[in-house]
Design a protein around this ligand. Sequence first.
Ligand code: GLP
Length: 271
Amino acid sequence: MDSSKYKLFLKKINRFHLTKIGLYHIMKESKTEELIMKVIQVDNPIEGGKVAFDILKEKLENGAKTLGLATGSSPLEFYQQIVESDLDFSSLTSVNLDEYVGLDGDNPQSYRYFMQENLFNKKPFKESFLPRGDKDHAEEEVERYNQILADHPVDLQILGIGRNGHIGFNEPGTPFDSQTHLVDLDQSTIEANARFFDKIEDVPTQAISMGIKNILDAKSILLFAYGQSKAEAIAGTVEGPVTESLPASSLQNHDDVIIIADAEALSLLKK
Ligand code: GLP
């Protein structure tokens, strides 16, 4: 893989700080103190998965022990890279972002099932936590999960992004100081996620999600975004005002965020 062809933007809030082509690790050592976000443009999700895997390896070499994981199509190639690698994950812990309420873990649409199928069955971790989507005990689950997060601080948090700018299932309007909570899903999210279900009526209307504060507590954050449908959300995330109406814009408050995205997802950035 020739990573010298990646386009890497170092972004200061609301404007480009520096545009350069180069290797991720070289850029990391460039000691640009004001940099807020790194944006790595890749050709496609396969390349994105490989870049992310390199970043993960570096974090592991530097002692990362706990990964925050996400579902959705965007991180799939990254998980594939992990599965194909000879790295041993048996001393690592994972905590997942979210889970639908009302689907048990055997349901193929549950996020637990997704994680088992795409990662855990092939690359077992020491322990892997996900919220439990049990309808009758959601409030207890929220408490339990916040404790899990307190006990297992995340070193590297993986994120996708919703078309409306949600991260995890933190929909527009979620306070930035939120912890794990029960969410009523936006109609737009239900419609976007209906592609994974037989019919839209089958899509759960609620979820349990880490809050935005939990996400921002991670030491480092890696967000994937592919395709035109994410362009508006990415423009707001990187260049827009920090506002609760675009949950991912909260990432501007974090000092170690990397966005891996294709040209379509970056197409609305002002260059
Ligand atoms: C869901 C998940 C998010 C994910 C988003 C985007 O709503 N809760 O964590 O980021 O979908 O999914 P995709 O990567 O398939 O576009």
